[in-house]
Design a protein around this ligand. Structure first.
Ligand code: HEM
Length: 298
């Protein structure tokens, strides 16, 4: 329990008092996380007219909910690296809220899909069990539901820290399935899914590197190497994927990396994001003395 003095009893808060910390005080960090989670909803309300007059309003909302669920899944996974990189341990306070928020969007994604099928549950079941991208999505959905259901303090106590942590490591497999589902239903431009895959690779790469180096904090230099390696993987993955899909040589796809006329490739975007994280680390390590006690691994 972050920010609590030893012996201080936790205050019982109602589940809806999301903006209060465990001491019952207003937490601006929680307010910011809540605002972030509500932003896509506000945007959908703002776009309501355009959505309603579009060709398939429900399909538009399905896409928005699925996209933001994946974004918030990434934000939830980013809490652990960024509390270390930004030297801001309190970020952990909002991880559960972000995870449950992710599930809310994914629950809306499925509910909207059911509505789009005119609430015909037999048809929904038939579609989900017969289309590869829906099977993958459904497995990821069930995984997220299991993690949301076990995210309460009571379930944490009941499962014990080790079993709880092992169960919640399924988040990486779920993220992978979510990405596969995203790729499977993307028909033309794969730029955004490839960028998302690059960012998820960075998030997993960070943990693998920290585990390999047996440390909880990576050095700025390691972060630079991670950015370069993940960027190279993103370029290679995109070139191989496009090569297979369109029957062209991946090397020819790679040749377009410097062609700005077709847009900045996701490999460069991932490199920029990774180097920004390394720059933040360098800045924060100069601003603050290194912590004597390393932050416990999540
Ligand atoms: C039973 C579970 C699920 C169902 C029935 C489902 C269904 C769908 C459908 C129908 C689409 C639109 C496809 C199209 O228009 O051709 C879609 C898109 C998408 N779904 Fe799912 N999905 C499920 C689970 C998930 C999960 C667990 C995730 C993420 C963790 C996810 C993320 C996405 C994303 C990112 C898109 C594309 C959004 C975009 O175009 O920007 N879905 N899904």
């Amino acid at each position: 329990m972050a920010n609590m003095r030893p012996g201080e009893p936790p205050i019982r808060l109602a589940a809806w008092q999301l903006w209060l910390d465990r001491r019952g005080r207003l937490s601006w960090l929680r307010v910011a996380a809540l605002a972030l989670l509500l932003l896509p909803l506000a945007k959908a309300l703002y776009d309501a007219g355009a959505i309603a007059h579009g060709a398939r309003p429900l399909n538009d909302l399905i896409h928005r909910a699925g996209f933001w669920a994946l974004v918030f899944l990434g934000v939830t996974l980013a809490v652990t690296p960024f509390r270390r990189i930004a030297r801001y341990g309190n970020l952990i306070e909002v991880r559960r809220m972000l995870g449950v928020g992710t599930f809310c969007y994914i629950a809306a994604h499925l509910a909207l899909y059911i509505a789009d099928q005119s609430y015909d549950l037999a048809k929904v079941w038939h579609e989900i069990t017969h289309r590869a991208y829906l099977i993958v999505g459904a497995v990821a959905w069930l995984g997220l539901a299991a993690l949301a259901a076990t995210s309460t303090d009571g379930m944490m106590r009941r499962l014990g820290p080790l079993r709880w942590r092992r169960l919640h490591q399924a988040i990486y497999a779920i993220a992978l399935l979510g990405l596969i589902h995203y790729f499977q239903q993307t028909r033309a431009d794969v730029t955004v899914p490839v960028f998302a895959a690059g960012l998820f690779t960075w998030l997993i790469g960070y943990r693998l590197l920290a585990w390999r180096q047996d440390t909880s904090e990576l050095s700025t230099m390691s972060l630079v190497w991670l950015a370069v390696a993940v960027s190279a993987l993103t370029f290679a993955g995109e070139a191989i994927g496009i090569g297979i899909a369109f029957g062209v040589s991946p090397l020819r796809v790679l040749e377009t990396a410097f062609d700005v006329d077709i847009g900045i490739r996701p490999g460069w975007q991932v490199l920029a994001a990774g180097l920004a994280a390394a720059a933040l680390d360098a800045l924060r390590s100069r601003m603050r003395k290194p912590q004597r006690r390393p932050v416990a691994a999540e």
